[in-house]
Structure formats: structure tokens, C-alpha cells
Design a protein around this ligand. Structure first.
Ligand code: NAD
Length: 309
């Protein structure tokens, strides 16, 4: 399995480490327009790999070197500075995606390659990458709200004193400020959240749910304030997505891919079955009326941002 990563900043280098640690790639290729940065990352990672798996890790200065890639991960572009929203990156990162995707496509097998998009604003970048690459939507996969859903499950896990692995709770819609939590279909070990709370005598009133929503929405802003950027969470999400694809696991992940055609086409996060061929199926969880309205509002925001390009 040959995996190429384009953009070796905070996120790209953390993604490279996390993907290397899956042990699933025999070769990892790093490309950044800052070649010195990519070379330094490849050196450092190569040394780390000596303690785990024998992987060929190289930094390259031409796209020709990504030939034969099974998966290409795009993590290049401007990141949020304190106080900036993801949407503030729209025009700068549309230019980055428009620069990278044609070069990638000129050097991969369009019949098999899977593109993973990480660059923000995520959903609009997925739409743009899919349009430029002309790949089937199922093989242009944005990490979407995988990270947001992980943040929700982490907070709930602490609140409910139960493993994150036993919690099925989704954040859907935009990977951005309009994302929404589907409380109606949240469950723990197959038991709906309300029943779980009653049986375990844990109270999760509306005020607590609103606080949780606020924490999920603001997690990135808080991390950026304290650390300058976020990288470990997203690296974990990308490695998990790579694992799901490479092993054809068919797990349900809240990734973002383009649904629909023409002016009705839109990428946003929904629960989707992911396997070796990319997104295999899209599911719609049970939602109450206000949740459905929130999801529609999130979709409108993504479409409006795409139309700004
Ligand atoms: P960074 O500034 O640390 O790194 C960006 C890298 O991209 C730099 O090394 C730069 O040289 C490279 N780059 C820029 N334009 C390029 C081009 N045209 N070709 C090749 N390389 C290019 O930024 P970061 O913190 O690593 O963030 C990268 C992106 O990931 C941002 O858009 C950020 O918002 C996004 N991000 C997404 C998620 C998510 O959940 N999807 C989470 C965190 C960050």
C-alpha cells in the first residue's frame, strides 16, 4: 500500500506519523511546496519507523513520485489563526486545492485511487476536489465530522462513565460552526441515550446537552488558542479512515462526500459505510423536526459557501 500525503505542516506530519503507526503502508510519500520542511519530516519519521515498522518514507519534490499511490491525502493549505473560522480560509484554500488536485490526478490511476481531503473548509474543499478530479464521489472522501463525532463521544464517555467504544452518537452536517448533534438517535451499547441515563441514574438534562454542544463546537477554537493549531485529533481520524479503507472494514463513519448532481450536489457529513472502494452507502439516522431543520440549515451554508467560489 503506497500512501502519499500532500501538505506536510502540523496536520500533514501528524497524519504521516499516525498512518505510519497503523503499519498498513509499505511506502509513504511526503510532498510539500516547502521541500525543506517535507524532507525534515521524512527524516524524522524514518528514524521513528526504525522502532516500529519497516516503511519506506520519502520526501519528494515532484508529483511524478506519487505514481502508484493507492491513497492520496491532501492536508495542504492555510490553517485557522486564533479567532478565524474555517470559512475564512475559503478562497485561499480553494486556490490550494485547485493547484494540487490536477497535479495529483496527472500521476495516479483514476480507476482506483482514493482521495482523502483534510483541508478546510472541509465540505467545500471536498466538492471542489471531486469536481476537479472527476473521480466518482465515493472515492473523494473528506474526514468531515469524524473528529467532531470523536469529540462528542469523548465528552459523553466522561459524563456517562462508559467507554467511547460503546457510544454511537453523531455530529453531522458541516465540519464547521453549523454542525449539529443528532441526540434523537444517540445510543449506548444499543440502548437509546435516554433509556441508558434512566437505567444508570445519570441525569443529562437539556442544559447539559447544550453545554456539550458548545464544547464540541468550540473544541478546535480552544485547542488553537492554547496550541496554535490542532493536529493529533485529526491525525487519529485520518489513520482510522485509512484503516477502514485498506482493510475494507465497512465501518460507519461520519465522512463527507458529494451527494446529488449539478446545482443540487453537496458534500456534508452523514453516517456512511466506508470500505475498500470508498463510501459504499449513506445512511440517514432518526431525527426530530428541529434536528432535521438544523441539518438542512447546515447544508444551505455549505452550498452558499461553495457558490461563493
Ligand atoms: P500548516 O500551515 O501547518 O501546514 C500547511 C502546509 O501546506 C504547509 O507546509 C504549506 O507549505 C503546505 N502547502 C500550502 N499550499 C500548498 C500547495 N499548493 N502545495 C503543496 N503544499 C502546500 O497548516 P496545518 O495546521 O497543517 O493545517 C492544514 C489544513 O488542515 C488547514 O486547512 C486546516 O484548517 C486543516 N485542518 C483540518 C482538520 C479537519 O478536521 N478536517 C483539522 C485540523 C486542520
Amino acid at each position: 500500500m503506497k500512501i502519499s500525503i500532500i501538505g506536510i505542516g502540523s496536520v500533514g506530519s501528524a497524519v504521516a506519523t499516525a498512518v505510519a503507526n497503523t503499519g498498513l503502508a509499505h511506502e509513504i510519500v511526503l510532498f510539500d511546496r516547502d521541500g525543506i520542511r517535507a524532507r525534515a519530516a521524512a527524516e524524522d519519521l524514518g528514524h521513528a519507523a526504525a522502532f516500529s515498522y519497516d516503511i519506506k518514507i520519502t520526501a519528494v519534490n515532484t508529483y511524478r513520485a506519487i505514481r502508484g499511490s493507492d491513497i492520496v491525502i491532501i492536508a495542504a493549505g492555510a490553517n485557522q489563526k486564533p479567532g478565524q473560522t474555517r470559512t475564512d480560509l475559503l478562497h485561499a484554500n480553494a486556490a490550494v486545492i485547485s493547484d494540487i488536485v490536477p497535479r495529483v490526478m496527472a500521476n495516479v490511476d483514476s480507476k482506483t485511487v482514493r482521495l482523502i481531503i483534510v483541508t478546510n473548509p472541509l465540505d467545500v474543499m471536498v466538492m471542489l476536489a471531486q469536481r476537479i478530479s472527476k473521480l466518482p464521489p465515493s472515492r473523494v472522501i473528506g474526514t468531515g465530522t469524524m473528529l467532531d463525532s470523536a469529540r462528542l463521544r469523548t465528552i459523553l464517555s466522561r459524563q456517562l462513565s462508559v467507554s467511547t467504544q460503546s457510544i454511537n452518537a453523531y455530529v453531522l452536517g458541516e465540519h464547521g460552526d453549523s454542525s449539529m448533534i443528532v441526540w434523537s438517535s444517540a445510543c449506548v451499547g444499543g440502548i437509546d441515550l435516554g433509556a441508558f441515563c434512566r437505567q444508570t441514574k445519570i441525569s443529562l438534562p437539556q442544559t447539559t446537552r447544550r453545554t456539550i454542544e458548545h464544547r464540541v463546537h468550540n473544541a478546535a477554537y480552544e485547542i488553537i488558542q492554547g496550541r496554535g493549531a490542532t493536529w493529533d485529533g485529526i491525525a487519529g481520524a485520518v489513520a482510522d479512515l485509512v484503516r477502514c479503507i485498506v482493510n475494507d472494514e465497512r465501518r460507519i463513519l461520519t465522512v463527507s462526500t458529494v451527494d446529488g448532481v449539478g446545482t443540487k450536489s453537496l458534500a456534508m457529513s452523514l453516517p456512511r459505510i466506508v470500505g475498500a472502494s470508498g463510501v459504499v452507502a449513506t445512511l440517514m439516522p432518526r431525527m426530530d423536526a428541529p434536528e432535521s431543520a438544523s441539518l438542512r440549515r447546515s447544508a444551505r451554508i455549505i452550498r452558499r459557501n461553495f457558490d461563493l467560489l
